[in-house]
Design a protein around this ligand. Structure first.
Ligand code: FES
Length: 146
């Protein structure tokens, strides 16, 4: 009985993995299973927080050193798709100057993923907008320091 249940669960999991791999592509699938750069950052130099029209909230944390992003992380209370996009947005922010951060767009994230569910493409735009919000926070703090 136990073996049958294990078989059933394993088959179900394989099926879910296969469907997710098809929908997200290989890179998106890997980020979905093991999101990189996930977590809050207590000593961030900049923080962006945005809630999308779907009601989910994304946060981006950036730490700068010598004018470039040294550490980046994200948090989301949203779906698996927002986790994938937040993870990629944080990775794209690494080593960027403030000016280069403006190049991170939803289209950019989607082009790196290659394939992504049509109905979840807004998650990429939420992630990129949150990076821009964090950049805005950084620039405001820099202006205050001067
Ligand atoms: Fe809301 Fe993904 S961020 S559905």
């Amino acid at each position: 009985m136990g073996d049958k249940l294990d078989d059933f669960v394993n088959k179900l999991q394989d099926q879910i993995f296969e469907e997710t791999r098809t929908a997200y592509g290989e890179l998106g699938f890997r980020r979905w299973r093991e999101p990189k750069y996930q977590g809050a950052m207590d000593d961030a130099d900049a923080h962006g927080r945005m809630t999308g029209t779907c009601g989910d909230t994304m946060q981006i944390f950036l730490k700068f050193e010598k004018g470039r992003v040294k550490e980046a992380s994200f948090l989301t209370d949203g779906c698996g798709s927002s986790t994938v996009c937040g993870s990629l947005a944080a990775e794209l922010a690494l080593n960027k100057t403030p000016e280069e951060l403006t190049d991170i767009t939803g289209e950019h994230i989607l082009s790196i993923l290659g394939v992504f569910p049509e109905e979840d493409q807004h998650c990429a735009f939420l992630a990129s907008s949150t990076v821009q919000e964090a950049l805005d926070d950084y620039m405001k703090k820099q202006a205050v320091r001067k």
